[in-house]
Design a protein around this ligand. Structure first.
Ligand SMILES: Cc1cc2nc3c(=O)[nH]c(=O)nc-3n(C[C@H](O)[C@H](O)[C@H](O)COP(=O)(O)O)c2cc1C
Length: 161
């Protein structure tokens, strides 16, 4: 039985997801994108996976630099989520003009005001058709609890305490 992609998308829209910015690269080669396809893989060793469209600039930066960060957004970061999804027309390095960015262990861009940050070394990638599944070994982590988190469902952002 073949499923209509529109039906698949409609069903996926019902799934609430935490919103993160995945970022990679250094200096003028920094690239980043908004993502909900982020998942814990294991705690020992600490690993996670992300699903990244092969057409994105971020995909290229992850492969080139062999590292990426996952920056989990707080409820007040809806503007950044839209910006890093390309909804404000900004692309590439220009996106990093908003937000306070630094680096931790791998050199990948880190959002200082994120609820949680996972700084990852790329361990392995899998071909998922339009997307790659990247598995990252977590090299550094930081957490700023006590903030409401940003989630996305049915085309809308919402805050979760
Ligand atoms: C809420 C939300 C979640 C997204 N999640 C993903 C994701 O998990 N993986 C992905 O490849 N793109 C995802 N996107 C789309 C990218 O953010 C968007 O295509 C971005 O502009 C890619 O950056 P680029 O300019 O490098 O192409 C998401 C967009 C939104 C608004």
């Amino acid at each position: 039985m073949s499923i209509d992609p529109a039906d698949f998308r409609a069903a996926m829209r019902e799934m609430a997801g935490a919103v993160s910015i995945i970022a990679a690269g250094c200096g003028s080669r920094r690239r980043g994108m908004t993502a909900t396809a982020v998942c814990s893989l294991s705690a020992q060793p600490p690993t996670l996976l992300v699903c990244v469209n092969k057409d994105t600039e971020c995909h290229k930066a992850i492969v080139e630099h062999g590292a990426f960060s996952v920056n989990v957004l707080g409820a007040n970061a809806e503007g950044l989520a839209n910006r890093f999804a390309g909804r404000e027309g900004t692309r590439g390095l220009e996106r990093f003009a908003a937000g306070r960015w630094s680096a931790l262990a791998t050199g990948a861009p880190i959002l200082e005001d994120a609820v949680a940050v996972f700084d990852c070394t790329l361990r392995q990638s899998f071909d998922g058709g339009t997307h790659s599944v990247f598995i990252g070994d977590v090299s550094a982590v930081s957490t700023q609890g006590g903030q409401a988190a940003l989630v996305y469902r049915a085309g809308r952002f919402a805050a979760v305490d």
